[in-house]
Design a protein around this ligand. Structure first.
Ligand code: TXA
Ligand code: MG
Length: 315
């Protein structure tokens, strides 16, 4: 199939309404959208991404007021989190309405919902006029795409359309919180730091960072976020071997250390999180043989960043 690349929101939404797949920008990463009420459209997502069928999809809505269309109940913690962080990079797992096709939620009794905080995304979702199920728009197991060009790299010829928009502002996926448990539980660290969530829901259950490998969220047990090159976690650029064929990404270092051909120095953890997936893809294209990533403290956004880095290093 020939993939259409368009910046026309109405045209992009028409693919969703016809049961086709259309990738679209969000503030976190690009998503691969399909009509969440159409079981055949949902099957197409799993096919196009080569995604395991047991990994549920997040349902995207233009407005938090529409959550009741896909969730049969909104627990207090969820309502509080929604009021504080929606629209934004937060996904709430809620009891699902039985009317939702079971393929969306991988047969689970729950559904993940998110209201993205990007004007073009909200207008796109409003134009679709249906809830839009969307995983990140990469081939399963690859780094999430932060630009429409990265979507093209993985999915050109496999999906009907791409709504071309700006590069993702955050570059890291949404934080996922399960609100169906007696206490709200962090399932995936993400763009909103857990410390900020805890202001609103002090009883939030957050596992040890290294426990992330224990799959609470089905998607987290699959190989994830990994580029096609070995990734090593280090404490500084001084640990890099074979600098000619390697690359390094990390926080700003003294200028005297910048002797490698491929170094990405980031001035903050936010910038590091923003640049990581893009840099991984760039290293692959450049034929880099080894990627060294600087460790950061497991706090704030660093928790989500370290989660992705550990997974990539497990590769
Ligand atoms: O920022 C994001 O969340 C991006 C953009 C496109 O919105 N989406 C995204 O989707 O990262 P995906 O499919 O790559 O990751 C969704 C994660 C997976 O780990 C999945 O297992 C989890 O959310 N998830 C979705 N629905 C769930 C549910 N009902 N119960 C538990 N986990 C769920
Ligand atoms: Mg993904």
């Amino acid at each position: 199939m020939t993939t259409i690349y368009t910046s026309d929101i109405e045209e992009a939404a028409s693919f969703i309404r016809r049961g086709q797949l259309c990738a679209f920008p969000t503030e976190t990463v690009y998503g691969l959208g399909a009509d969440a009420t159409n079981p055949e459209a949902i099957d197409r997502i799993f096919e196009a991404k080569r995604r395991p069928a047991d990994n549920p999809l997040i349902v995207h809505l233009a407005d938090a007021d529409a959550i009741g269309e896909v969730a049969r109940e909104i627990p207090t913690a969820a309502a509080d989190l929604a009021a504080a962080f929606m629209p934004g990079p937060l996904t709430l797992v809620l009891p699902r309405r039985p009317s939702l096709p079971s393929g969306v939620t991988a047969e689970l009794d729950t559904v993940g919902v998110r209201v993205p905080d990007l004007e073009v995304t909200r207008r796109f979702l409003a134009a679709c006029a249906v809830p839009v199920a969307a995983p990140s728009a990469n081939l399963s197991g690859r780094p999430s795409p932060t630009t429409w060009e990265a979507v093209r790299e993985d999915l050109d010829g496999r999906i009907a359309a791409v709504l071309t928009g700006p590069p993702a502002e955050r570059g890291l996926e949404s934080t996922v919180v399960d609100c169906t448990t007696p206490q709200p539980t962090l399932l995936r660290a993400g763009a909103i730091p857990t410390e900020r969530l805890a202001y609103v829901v002090p009883d939030l259950v957050v596992g040890a960072p290294e426990d992330a490998a224990a799959p609470r969220s089905p998607g987290m047990k699959h190989r994830h976020y990994a580029p096609h090159l070995p990734v090593h976690l280090v404490d500084s650029v001084a640990e890099v071997a074979d600098p000619e064929r390697s690359a390094f990404i990390g926080l700003a270092l003294p200028k005297s250390c910048i002797w490698m051909p491929r170094v990405r120095l980031c001035s903050s953890v936010e910038e590091y999180a923003h640049d990581l997936y893009d840099f991984m893809r760039q290293c692959e294209r450049d034929g880099v043989e080894r990627l060294y990533c600087e460790r950061v403290p497991d706090e704030g956004l660093g928790r989500a960043l370290m989660d992705r880095l550990r997974r990539a290093a497990q590769g």
